[in-house]
Design a binder for this molecule. Sequence first.
Ligand SMILES: NC(=O)c1ccc[n+]([C@@H]2O[C@H](COP(=O)([O-])OP(=O)(O)OC[C@H]3O[C@@H](n4cnc5c(N)ncnc54)[C@H](OP(=O)(O)O)[C@@H]3O)[C@@H](O)[C@H]2O)c1
Length: 139
Amino acid sequence: MILVTGATGRVGRHVVGQLLQAHEEVRPVSRNPERAALPAGTAAVRGDLAEPESLRTALVGVDRVFIFPAAAPLDRFLELARDAGVRSVVLLSSSAAADEEPNAIGRMHLMHERAVAASRRSPTPTPTPTPTPTTPPRR
Ligand SMILES: NC(=O)c1ccc[n+]([C@@H]2O[C@H](COP(=O)([O-])OP(=O)(O)OC[C@H]3O[C@@H](n4cnc5c(N)ncnc54)[C@H](OP(=O)(O)O)[C@@H]3O)[C@@H](O)[C@H]2O)c1
């Protein structure tokens, strides 16, 4: 399942459409799902990158994420995504991030690129081992 943020935007609509054409399972995100008007066969779920906890439920069962660059920092969303089992992230960035002296837009994209890079380096949480059932000794 692929979570697509920014799914109602100029870029995100194409991402959703092309993933559906490729027969992928898509879960589009919008802050106003009732106004999302997405292609038949898919429905948006509510979520706001500025309030990462609002995406906790939307992340259940998701293994890949497309991230639209909203202004809010991504660190907490990336933590939630990793904890939910997401293993692959695609970030929509901009060439403005590579400018020698990036403007405000470039700096925002750079912040997101660094957050994604840092999340790749942080260790994956180790699952808590479940005790192995043992057979009681015969008397
Ligand atoms: N357009 C391009 O060709 C292009 C190319 C490279 C980079 N970019 C970068 O991409 C961004 C703009 O993309 P766009 O043109 O597709 O945008 P857009 O058409 O303006 O759409 C904005 C999208 O972002 C969503 N959104 C906004 N704030 C959000 C939040 N806090 N949480 C979750 N979703 C949020 C909106 O969803 P809802 O309103 O439904 O919640 C909507 O789907 C800019 O940062 C730009 O630098 C754009």
